[in-house]
Design a protein around this ligand. Structure first.
Ligand code: SOE
Length: 383
């Protein structure tokens, strides 16, 4: 299958480090595993360091490298702009790409502020009239086990949900000598672990429940206030860890805990959903599994381990035979496939920019609450 003009859809990825690499791998593989999606051509990889971006482009299979994202967006052979840059540039690049008539995929969090996210939603709505599609890269929505969990919850298999326990813990900042990065500066990252990992968690809470968070109480903490910077010690201006309790429209209470200083935890996203007659739990470090308890059961009741590798499980049929597990990188390939499918079928892909904005509002409420010693703050959704 080809793009709308009979030619492969040209893709530009802006950013070539960790996320740019993950997305490059996705664009490279998507056609092989999802042959019914429109064909793509890896047209151009964008980065500021000419030599480094050129080397990355060669390594990851891009036709060209470019140091100016505006030049990449202006190209006629680019149809999709995929933004993998720090959050402070998301709004500017997105608005320019939409203005230039492109489809846009933007990494999470959608933006650094609610105001920026609102501008992006408005621009996406206008561009939609011209058939342009927009999507936020909450890649954990593409973990087959989590999509199965969402479907089971929606079918009422664990009953009416009362509470959620959600955490996302990493430890790459445990050492106080770990150097400054853009992720630790408010001007580039917007917030610390709250936006980086908290955004995934809040999106999962809302997505798994099909519900919106309507109030939040939060607490933020920066454990290491200065770190070695390029010009000597530099102040860390964002949070290292964050905690929150959230309430949803349907009265579900979720506890959230995120940290990049949880010694020994590498990339531990854990989600536990408790209903009135069952529960579902998930741990990203065991990505192909769900623990499911359906109904109260009898003497031998207990959660059963479901290995989510059957061809009828979400997206799994595109990959390997049962038991041949998937990994973190597959989520990005599935994400690319979902966007391409939406482009080909003229439908709205999810997660939308409005979903990104809904997350941003919750993050904003957590920050506001933390600034007033944890008082509960309402979240008002207009979409
Ligand atoms: C760094 O904490 C990071 O790369 C996040 O930015 C990603 O969203 C997460 O998936 C893995 O960790």
């Amino acid at each position: 299958m080809t793009g709308r003009h009979g030619k492969p859809l040209g893709v530009a990825v802006v950013g070539y480090s960790f996320m740019g690499k993950a997305h490059s791998n996705a664009w490279r593989n998507v056609g092989a595993f999802f042959p019914d999606t429109p064909a793509v051509r890896q047209q151009v990889l964008v980065g500021r360091d000419a030599a480094a971006v050129k080397a990355a482009a060669t390594r990851y299979g891009w036709a060209d490298a470019e140091t100016d994202w505006r030049a990449a967006i202006a190209r006629d052979d680019v149809d999709v702009v995929d933004i993998c840059t720090p959050g402070d540039t998301h709004a500017e690049i997105t608005l320019a790409a939409l203005e230039a008539g492109k489809h846009v995929l933007v990494e999470k969090p959608v933006a650094n502020t609610v105001a920026e996210a609102e501008r992006m939603v408005a621009a996406a709505e206008a561009a939609r009239e011209h058939g342009q599609r927009t999507m936020v890269g909450f890649n954990y929505r593409r973990v087959p086990a989590l999509e199965l969990a969402r479907r089971l919850i929606a079918e009422g298999r664990i009953g009416s949900v009362r509470q959620v326990r959600a955490s996302y813990l990493q430890d790459w900042l445990t050492d106080p000598a770990a150097p400054m990065t853009w992720r630790l500066r408010k001007e580039s990252a917007g917030s610390g672990v709250l936006g980086d990992l908290g955004s995934h968690v809040v999106d999962q809470v809302q997505h798994l429940l099909g519900d919106r968070v309507v109030s939040a109480a939060g607490h933020l903490r920066t454990f290491v206030p200065t770190r070695p910077g390029p010009n000597g010690p530099e102040r860390v201006t964002v949070d290292d860890a964050a905690w929150a309790t959230l309430e949803t429209t349907n009265g579900v209470v979720a506890s959230v805990e995120v940290s990049r200083m949880a010694t020994g935890r590498k990339n531990a996203l854990a989600l536990e959903v408790y209903g009135d007659h069952g529960s579902i739990t998930f741990d990203l470090e065991r990505l192909n599994e769900l623990q499911v308890l359906e109904g109260p059961g009898g003497e031998a009741a207990g959660a059963r381990r479901v290995v989510v590798t059957e061809p009828h499980h979400p997206w799994v049929g595109a990959w390997w035979p049962p038991g041949h597990v998937l990994g973190w990188d597959h989520t990005f390939t599935i994400q690319a496939a979902e966007l391409l499918t939406a482009i080909a079928s003229d439908t709205d892909p999810a997660p939308s920019f409005a979903d990104g904005l809904a997350v941003q509002k919750v993050l904003g409420a957590i920050e506001e609450s933390a600034g007033q010693r944890g008082g509960r703050v309402d979240v008002v959704h207009t979409q």
